[in-house]
Write a protein that binds this ligand. Structure first.
Ligand SMILES: *Cc1c(COP(=O)(O)O)cnc(C)c1O
Length: 349
């Protein structure tokens, strides 16, 4: 969709359009830095680092992230993991029992779970044999009630990035929203779709601190979109959805670009070593191309190999039951010691 044809109001649920958001104490008074006495939020006044409510808009953290991605703060929404961000998108734009969304299995399981929780019909269009979106079939499945198409690129569990041409065709032909989940973008050579936000008003890009940034435990998900979309999501988010400890830890980490870059580079080096080594394992029949911090492989008998690895103390992900993923296992890239152990065990089985 181009800007002239697109009006986000046509996609927004009526109740969301008309609701007046909860206004918290810290929404109504924004500090200008001067020394004030805070008697507005019924907090315990004795300082312990977390006795005050956190900034509902996470301004300091958002500013750093917005600058790094070269967007404005108005293009960013933060959530309690991408899972919350994705849930907010459902709740803003999908009318329960009426609307539908499209997912492209094999892919991340949360889109379907969130559709079920929100009582939104989920339509599935399998990826092609090369794990690309099947564009004609996707567009064929779209109807007036289709609000969102979820693309995961690089895709979990397959590891590949979708071709730019296919993604553009979907964004340009679809009148609803296209969510591109870039949880693994930092491991890929492909540019982020954030660069295309100005061109495509129906595009939403989600990222997370859970993978490359090494902060799965603090729960921080990121959403980048037009300021109109972000404004709507802001209206419905819980006021204090990102807690103070998360904001502090995340800020400290995202400022340490050198550490993140170096860890990502180590993971990429390890990924390369693992792939070379996997080629020497007799029961591995295929190693799929990956742009992520994991490798999907096809083996002779995934259930058997999964159990054997467990017995050796190694937990991998068995993707055998996923469509197009029969007899596949997904290995996350670990430390070099962990990966060497994995390779040693695999070669001994
Ligand atoms: C791991 C992962 C996420 C991360 O979700 P968080 O809630 O931010 O931890 C999101 N999308 C995909 C495809 C993932 O694999």
């Amino acid at each position: 969709m181009n800007a002239a044809q697109f009006d986000i109001n046509n996609l927004t649920r009526e109740n969301v359009k008309s609701l007046k958001p909860y206004s918290s104490a810290r929404d109504e008074y924004v500090s200008d830095g001067s020394e004030m006495i805070f008697l507005d939020a019924n907090e315990n006044p004795y300082e312990n680092g977390v006795n005050r409510y956190p900034d509902p808009q996470q301004r300091t953290l958002k500013k750093v992230l917005a600058d790094q991605k070269e967007v404005t703060v108005d293009n960013v929404l933060l959530g309690n993991g991408s899972d919350e961000v994705l849930d907010l998108i459902f709740r803003a734009f999908c009318e329960p029992k009426l609307d539908n969304i499209i997912t492209l299995p094999p892919t991340y399981g949360m889109y379907k779970v969130l559709a079920n929780i929100n009582n939104i019909a989920e339509r599935e269009v399998l990826l092609t044999k090369t794990f690309e979106p099947n564009v004609p079939e996707i567009l064929d499945k779209v109807d007036e009630q289709t609000k969102i198409i979820f693309l995961c690129s690089p895709n979990n569990p397959t590891g590949n990035s979708f071709s730019e041409e296919n993604v553009i065709q979907i964004i340009e032909s679809f009148k609803g929203l296209v969510v591109i989940d870039e949880a693994y973008i930092d491991f890929s050579n492909h540019p982020s779709w954030i660069l295309k936000l100005e061109e495509y008003p129906n595009l939403i890009v989600t990222q997370t601190l859970s993978k490359a940034y090494g902060m799965a435990g603090i729960r921080l998900g990121l959403c980048y979109a037009s300021k109109e979309i972000i404004e709507i999501l802001n209206k419905i988010k819980p006021p204090y959805n990102v807690n103070e400890l998360t904001q502090q830890k995340a800020l400290h980490r995202v400022l340490d670009v050198t550490a993140i870059t170096s860890e990502v580079q180590h993971i990429l080096d390890e990924r390369k070593k693992i792939i070379a080594s996997l080629k020497e394992v007799s029961f591995i029949q295929e190693i799929y191309h990956t742009d992520a911090n994991f490798v999907l492989v096809k083996v002779d008998d995934a259930n058997k190999r999964y159990e054997q690895l467990l017995q050796k103390g190694i937990v991998v992900r068995n993707r055998n039951t996923q469509p197009l993923c029969e007899n596949t296992l997904r290995f996350t890239v670990g430390t070099s010691i962990e990966n060497e152990k994995l390779m040693k065990v695999l070669k001994q089985l």
